[in-house]
Design a protein around this ligand. Sequence first.
Ligand code: XMP
Length: 305
Amino acid sequence: MVNTEKFIAKAIEEIKEKSNGKKVVMALSGGVDSSVCAELAKRAIDDNLKPIYVDTGLMRKGETERIKELFSDLELDVIDAGEEFFEALKGVVDPEEKRKVIGEKFIRIFEREAKKTGAEYLLQGTIYPDIIESEGGIKSHHNVGGLPYDIKFEGLIEPLIDLYKDEVRDVAGALEMPVEIQHRMPFPGPGLAVRCLGEVTPDKIAVIREANAIAEEELVEKFQPWQCFAALIGLGTGVKGDVRLHGWIIAVRAVYSRDAMTAEPVEIPWETMHKIASRITSEIPEVARVVYDITPKPPATIEYE
Ligand code: XMP
């Protein structure tokens, strides 16, 4: 377990020392890692911190508005880039290809915006499990050692590199950050796109966003899962009124985990499952069927892609 007081003092010192009076840019997603980084940097270098939030169009319901509110004390640059992402994702179905396309787009947009700030240093919330999973080649999303930017930064600052996720949450607590951030569920960088099997389209993402909000409303408070969400996993036949129709199949997933390396499904009572299925199918007309995923990790991963 990390000694939070010592850690905070050391991290603030590290950010100050490394940035050496220069501007520092970061991509703030509102996840606990980047939020803790932003708070540490705010305390270390104040206005020299230039946080950028890229709205990929793949965010959860109300997320962008909430992040603007939560970080109203930072001069947050909010970039509305949904259209650019959907355009780039046209015809892409392979999960790793999706990550590549989204990662690449993200980098180019961030780069474009970072240049405008004139920052010389890059702050990133890389944590220890990111390194392990990168070394194991499990997924291509962990940006260990910095993203492949074309602009050259003077240096990279990664104050959380030795911490596990639960330690980052402890640090968030010690920094007295809002409880909502301390306990914020991990949300993947490619957002709802890795919860959308097949091609990513604005219509499918809109369905996932609504279903995801329902799953969170029904599960987060009651069960406090490590992570819970809804994914769109295919098209199936359903019947609404007395008409047979094709509708989306939504999978709901809720897991307990310590650090995302392994995970166990949450045992949800039948009654709650019924409520979720009935809300999703009645509130989202395009959905014909709802299933609950009971697979642990391993063998499944937490996300669908
Ligand atoms: P998996 O699905 O590999 O997920 O069991 C482990 C943890 O990582 C998150 N995840 C991602 N995070 N970009 C991210 O930033 C990604 O591409 C990505 N894929 C999975 C996932 O939500 C879980 O917390």
